[in-house]
Write a protein that binds this ligand. Structure first.
Ligand SMILES: [Fe+2]
Length: 190
C-alpha cells in the first residue's frame, strides 16, 4: 500500500509549481522591475502553513514507521524534523525580506535575492532527498500492517491527522496563485 507515497510525490510536484512561480517573480525583481507582490505574498502564505499542517504530518508518520522497521535506513535519511524546522526558518526570512521591501526599507537587492533563492534552493534539495532516499527506503521497509495503520491514522474521523477542510483550503489557494501568476505573466508580455 504505497498510495500515500504517490500522494506525497504529487504534493512535491505541487510545491515545485509554486517554487517556479516564486522564482519567476524573483527574476522580475532581479531585473529591477516590480514583481507581482500579490502573487509573492500568496506563495508565502501557502508555505507558512501548508507544509506543516498537511504535508509534513504524512511524512512524519511514515518516518516513524521507518525508524522502527529499519533504523539504519532512517538514520541515512537524517533528521527530517530538523530539516522541516529549518525550512520554516528560511521562509520566515523570506517573509521578513519581502515585508521590508514593501515597507520601503533600504535593502540591498542582492540580499533580498539571496534570502529568497536560499529558500527555493533548499526546498528543492530537501524534496530531491526525500524522493531519492526517504521514499524508496519507506517502500522497501514498511510492512502491510504498517501501511494499514498509516491509512487508519490518516482517515481517523475522531482524531484526523489533518484537520477537515484544510487541504481543500490550500488547494484553492494553490489554484488562485497559478491563476494570478498566469495573469501577471500575460500582463508582462504586453
Ligand atoms: Fe516532503
Amino acid at each position: 500500500m504505497t498510495q500515500i507515497i504517490e500522494v506525497l510525490r504529487q504534493e512535491h510536484r505541487n510545491i515545485e509549481r509554486l517554487l517556479r512561480v516564486l522564482e519567476r517573480e524573483l527574476n522580475v525583481f532581479d531585473r529591477s522591475d516590480r514583481p507581482d507582490y500579490e502573487v509573492v505574498l500568496a506563495v508565502i502564505e501557502y508555505f507558512m502553513d501548508y507544509p506543516d499542517s498537511c504535508h509534513h504530518p504524512k511524512e512524519d508518520i511514515i518516518f516513524a514507521k521507518l525508524k522502527v522497521r529499519d533504523p539504519v535506513a532512517a538514520a541515512a535519511v537524517g533528521d527530517i524534523e530538523a530539516e522541516h524546522r529549518d525550512e520554516a526558518k528560511r521562509l520566515r526570512r523570506v517573509a521578513l525580506a519581502v515585508e521590508n521591501v514593501l515597507g520601503d526599507q533600504d535593502l540591498l537587492r542582492q540580499d533580498v535575492d539571496n534570502v529568497i533563492r536560499d529558500f527555493i534552493d533548499h526546498q528543492r534539495e530537501h524534496i530531491a532527498m526525500e524522493e531519492r532516499v526517504f521514499f524508496p527506503a519507506v517502500v522497501k521497509a514498511l510492512q502491510p500492517a504498517d501501511w494499514a495503520e498509516v491509512t487508519l491514522n490518516l482517515a481517523d474521523r475522531n482524531d484526523p491527522l489533518i484537520p477537515p477542510g484544510l487541504e481543500e483550503k490550500y488547494d484553492t489557494l494553490w489554484r488562485r496563485i497559478l491563476k494570478l501568476e498566469g495573469e501577471a505573466e500575460a500582463a508582462r508580455s504586453y
